[in-house]
Design a protein around this ligand. Structure first.
Ligand code: CTP
Length: 468
């Protein structure tokens, strides 16, 4: 246990001594032990899992008293308790036999040995434990070859995968999540069981699924996780729109790109430049509505007109169904999906200031993220084209900078208020107020008048006649 922070060692010894005093055995188990052997133990870890042979609740209560930690939560039904101590969540569970499944005729929790508990866990690499009792402090228990799997980078269940996944189908997502985060391979037998049992994911709540999915999205190469989700059949269980992106059509010798693999390339590209979950979600969703907008014409080839607007329309429905937040984060993704073609349209030499001004106005604070998404969207393997497209965006960014310095259009607010319009036009509230406001906005964005309060007021006086 070399390399473990002293504060954790002291805590572990205390917990071992408390367990010994009530004739229990206690082990630290799960992520802490796994991450230690992976050399990934982070000093700001917040959760540590303990398993005891005997009541986990009793042990947690004694530990809380000893540590003078007065925040303890007991979950009787699950036989677990959580003690909050020095910024740590210490999770205690009594070693259990049988499965997680609630069976009305059996008690939900049946006491078992350490071995019983370990074989009920999700993966061999998560079933490692260290004893904390004084006589055998730090002794490793690895009954399923977890250390060897860590070395050979394998994701595998401790017992027959069918049984492990039957106990809790979310573990199929977890297997793929860990494979993605750690860059491990899923063992063939385990993968075969996931394929066979993928449909069982339907009994799992969307909240639990999205937690795992977001960890995949946040991995350094999320595409490997999505590719496993596709291969296993899990993706189709909760995100059929994404599966629909798969496939290439050919007509008159013209093929379009496979939008599923393209989306994953865009996602990996954005993952190289940003850890922002929502920017990554924008990458996942940017082409989501391509399948229903796909058309072929002998003159222009394959087109996907309107996939940006339709995709933006789909965002709330997909977010709601997946259990993603329905607040400004959804709006942000929606905005990027809606605008993701606009910078491409601005890449031609003869772009006008007014088109640039409109993009700045519409994208607002999201402009930089939109440009990052557009750059990530260039997935051509032709180096000449890649350089050309990136240079085009350099030019768009330069234009944006120049227009911004001149016109201060970002987060622009109309300098003329509704009250001013009513006063000048001598009208009551009504649609005409909105029309005039829109006209002033367009005059500024189109460069007819400068972005200036006095100029806008003068313009209002000038157009007044047309409305009175
Ligand atoms: N576990 C399990 N089945 C699950 C969830 C968890 O068997 N569906 C077990 C595993 O042994 C896991 C431990 O409970 O190691 C703790 O679970 P959790 O805190 O969710 O995950 P960690 O392994 O600690 O990893 P992470 O913090 O990355 O989620």
């Amino acid at each position: 246990m070399t390399g473990i922070p002293d504060k954790h060692l002291t805590l572990f010894r205390t917990i071992g001594e408390v367990a010994e005093s009530i004739n229990q055995q206690v082990f630290v188990v799960g992520g802490y032990v796994r991450d230690y052997y992976l050399n990934k133990l982070s000093s700001d870890i917040t959760d540590i899992d303990f398993v005891s042979v005997g009541s986990g609740i009793t042990l947690a209560q004694k530990v809380a008293t000893k540590l003078k930690a007065n925040r303890i939560s007991v979950f009787k039904k699950f036989g677990t308790a959580q003690v909050k101590f020095n910024g740590l969540d210490l999770e205690f569970v009594g070693a259990r036999k049988e499965s997680y499944r609630k069976d009305s005729r059996k008690p939900a929790v049946e006491n078992g040995t350490l071995e019983d508990d370990q074989l009920r866990r999700d993966l061999t690499i998560n079933a490692l434990s260290w004893c904390l009792n004084p006589g055998s402090f730090g002794v490793l228990h690895d009954p399923f070859g977890g250390i060897s799997d860590l070395k050979s980078r394998i994701i595998r269940t401790p017992i027959d995968p069918g049984q492990t996944f039957d106990d809790d189908p979310l573990r199929m997502m977890r297997a793929i999540r860990f494979a993605t985060q750690l860059d491990f391979n899923v063992e063939d037998k385990t993968m075969a069981a996931i394929k066979k049992m993928a449909h069982r994911l339907t009994i799992i709540s969307k909240e639990r699924i999205i937690d795992e999915l977001n960890k995949i999205v946040l991995a350094s190469r999320p595409s490997s996780g999505f590719s496993l989700l596709l291969e296993s059949g899990l993706l189709g269980e909760f995100f059929p729109e994404m599966v629909n992106l798969l496939g290439v059509d050919e007509k008159k010798g013209q093929r379009h790109k496979d939008n599923f693999w393209h989306t994953l390339e865009v996602l990996d590209n954005i993952a190289e430049t940003s850890d922002d979950l929502w920017l990554r979600w924008a990458a996942i969703m940017h082409d989501i509505a391509k399948p229903p907008t796909k058309r072929f014409s002998p003159d222009t080839g394959w087109t996907f007109h309107g996939h940006d607007a339709l995709g933006a329309k789909w965002v709330p429905r997909i977010f709601r169904r997946l259990g993603l937040p329905m607040d400004e984060r959804m709006k942000y993704v929606q905005k990027l999906v809606r605008l993701h073609l606009r910078p491409i349209a601005l890449a031609s030499e003869e772009v006008t200031d007014s088109a640039i001004r409109r993009l700045i106005y519409e994208a607002g604070d999201e402009l930089e993220d939109l440009m990052a998404l557009c750059r990530a969207d260039i997935t051509t393997k032709n180096e000449w084209k890649q350089t050309k497209f990136q240079k085009n965006f350099d030019r768009v960014e330069k234009n944006i900078k120049e227009v911004e310095e001149k016109d201060r259009i970002r987060n622009w607010k109309n300098p003329i208020s509704g009250e001013q319009i009513m006063e000048v036009l001598n009208v009551k509230p009504g649609p005409v107020v909105g029309q005039v406001k829109e006209r002033i906005k367009n005059a500024i964005l189109d460069g007819i008048i400068p972005n200036d309060d006095d100029e806008a007021y003068r313009y209002l006086l000038k157009i007044k006649e047309e409305y009175t």
